[in-house]
Design a protein around this ligand. Structure first.
Ligand SMILES: Cc1cc2nc3c(=O)[nH]c(=O)nc-3n(C[C@H](O)[C@H](O)[C@H](O)COP(=O)(O)O)c2cc1C
Length: 224
């Protein structure tokens, strides 16, 4: 493929990718998941430490994981939130609120409660056949979460390129102990983020939702 075509594909993928919140149950071939991960680890990392570890959960184990997460959610009711350590400055709060507002008509069409759908859906990886947990050894500082984030960014774009869909799932980190216990993840590994991976279900209205972005100028300050 010509270099220019590859750039065009990348730009298209960047623009078209979005989080999907209803998946078909169709399984994803193991080789495809492996290829997605093989490409995702092309992500840069500090001193090329490649700190990421991927735990891929499928089949009956994936079902068991969801059941455990749903149980934990029902018991503890820790709702989906970005886990702020201080009250958010208004700009950010407004963006979150706007996103939920724009999602609302889709959930109304589906006749479901938005909070219940997102919280319980996240615990269930929105029905995706593959759940991936990105883990980080606890000897790393928090700064290495940057590397994890880059790998996640690669993963969602590569999956998109393979005709698959994703949704990063941070909500489940509230139940990290339960996840580690169920999947025998060693004490010294932290779960940084989860990802639902599978084929999108185009019939579910929320999948027509495309999130907005503020104008990029709002995020940029030039010093010349
Ligand atoms: C770190 C992280 C955690 C997220 N956690 C969740 C989650 O638990 N549940 C969910 O439905 N979406 C989750 N998302 C998806 C975001 O809501 C989504 O990326 C955002 O609204 C922008 O939409 P887009 O991905 O469609 O562009 C998460 C995204 C990131 C990057």
């Amino acid at each position: 493929m010509e270099e220019k075509e590859q750039v065009m594909d990348l730009l298209k993928a960047i623009k078209a990718r979005k989080s999907i919140r209803a998946f078909k149950s169709d399984p994803v071939p193991k080789e495809t998941v492996e290829e997605i991960l093989r490409l995702s680890i092309h992500a840069p990392s500090a001193i090329n430490l490649q700190p990421w570890e991927f735990i891929v959960v499928t089949g009956e184990e994936r079902e068991r994981l969801s059941r455990r997460l749903l149980k934990a959610y029902k018991e503890k009711q820790i709702a989906c939130s970005p886990g702020n350590v201080k009250p958010l400055p208004k700009t950010y709060g407004k963006r979150g609120a706007k996103t939920l507002e724009l999602m609302k008509p889709f959930f109304e069409e589906m006749k479901v409660d938005i909070n219940q759908y997102i919280n319980e859906g996240s615990c269930n990886f929105y029905g995706a056949p593959v759940a991936i947990l990105l883990c980080l050894d606890d000897s790393f500082p928090h700064a290495r979460l940057v590397d994890m984030g880059i790998a996640l960014g690669y993963l969602v774009l590569v999956a998109h390129e393979f005709g698959l869909a994703t949704c990063p799932i941070g909500l489940i980190l509230a139940y990290e102990n339960e996840i580690k216990d169920l999947l025998n993840i060693p004490e010294n590994k932290n779960v940084a983020i989860g990802v639902a991976l599978g084929y999108p279900n185009p019939e579910v209205p929320i999948n027509r939702f495309k999130s907005h972005r503020d104008d990029f100028k709002k995020f940029v300050r030039w010093i010349e």
